[in-house]
Design a protein around this ligand. Structure first.
Ligand code: MG
Length: 374
């Protein structure tokens, strides 16, 4: 495992992290790849409900790199501008600006604002690095819908073999949802813990009420209890951060940040402020996998790796990161319970399952997804 991870970081590290032989110019280490891009627009199997309204189809880009020996690599640009990422138009302009060629230095030189583009290109350029050990596997958290619909969904997920569960809260009146909590917990398998995801919907007072209720219940963590978006201005942002840090310190239940940490910059800022809880990392939105892993490791972060509604191409790179990350043991369940996501199964890459193995990831055929767009 340690060996695999080193291979990953070295390939990913690019020219600026490699040590050249004495007197040898650094740029000789760079390998330039041919770059091609294809745009996609893929309807979801089911409409995704978001705070910004219904989301029916995913738009993004697949990139393909090829080195002089003909080795191809694939990456995916899957922005979510309402999460603070670049837009698809910005991503296309940045890719056009590369003129059909790319190397690790070009990726390293791009601004952090282009997190989705940098994720795609870095993933494509690491095509020849080793995959995770085939036998290793990680649980996938089953997504339970808001309200009473969660009961039947929990029963089904338990019967399919899920051991981790996430319930969407902050949708109905807090008192109604609180009244359902114990009934839902009673349906989970013995020893299972429940994640609650409020998507920032609670007021500070509602969050406090929920966190009081969570004490001595099997709640793995409460995700983004409130303040998904910081109040405007530096002072407002500080106040928002203070409220989340205050809740984290005042209650024994672990808190997780999701919407607060979409980019590398915000993730770094929270870790540097000493965030004591979990960070939900959506690799497809954040930047080069090696840079994210280095940041998480430097801060000994407690991380959950999560989907950004990307296709098989971005999904594979994001899942590889989850397997290479050496954090808390046992690792937390993956936030990839969105599968199956697309009407066109050629873009899925994985079946819906309670666990993902290294073998599942290594077997994913990215060329098939690329060819499906021709
Ligand atoms: Mg979330």
């Amino acid at each position: 495992m340690a060996e695999n991870r080193n291979a990953f970081l070295l390939v990913q590290g690019g020219v600026h992290e490699q040590l050249p032989a004495a007197g040898r110019p650094l740029h000789l280490e760079a390998v330039t790849h041919r770059l091609t891009c294809r745009r996609y627009r893929l309807p979801f199997l089911r409409v995704v409900r978001t705070a910004h309204g219904p989301w029916r189809e995913r738009e993004g880009l697949l990139v393909r790199t090829e080195d002089e020996a003909g080795l191809a690599g694939y990456g995916e640009v899957a922005p979510i501008p309402s999460f603070g990422t670049e837009t698809l138009a910005e991503a296309e302009r940045a890719l056009d600006g590369l003129g059909g060629r790319v190397d690790a230095a070009a990726v390293a030189g791009m601004g952090e604002r282009l997190g989705c583009v940098r994720f795609a290109l870095a993933a494509a350029l690491e095509a020849d690095s080793a995959g995770p050990p085939a036998a290793e596997r990680l649980p996938v958290a089953a997504l339970l819908p808001a309200g009473r619909a969660a009961f039947a969904a929990a029963d089904e997920a338990r019967d399919r073999g899920h051991v981790a569960f996430k319930w969407k809260v902050g949708v109905l009146a807090a008192a109604d949802e609180l009244a359902m909590l114990d009934d839902l917990l009673a349906r989970l398998p013995a020893g299972a813990q429940l994640r609650l995801d409020a998507n920032g919907a609670w007021t500070t007072r509602q969050a406090a009420k929920w966190l009081e209720r969570c004490v001595e219940r099997p709640i793995e963590f409460v995700e983004q209890p409130c303040l998904a978006e910081a109040a405007p201005g530096t002072a407002g942002r500080r106040r928002s951060e203070d409220i989340l840090l205050g809740l984290a310190h005042d209650y024994p239940t672990t808190l997780a940040l999701d919407e607060s940490v979409t980019g590398l910059a915000s993730l770094r800022a929270w870790l540097e402020r000493g965030w004591p809880g979990v960070v939900v990392v959506k690799p497809a939105l954040a930047g080069p996998p090696a840079a994210i892993l280095a940041l998480l490791s430097a801060h000994r972060a407690d991380a959950v790796f999560s989907s950004a509604f990307e296709t098989a191409v971005g999904r594979r790179a994001a899942l590889r990161m989850a397997f290479f990350f050496k954090g808390r043991q046992p690792p937390r369940a993956l936030g990839f319970g969105v599968i199956p996501l697309f009407k066109d199964a050629r873009f899925e890459g994985l079946p819906a399952a309670p666990f993902v193995s290294g073998e599942d990831i290594n077997r994913m055929n990215l060329e098939a997804a690329w060819n499906a767009l021709s």
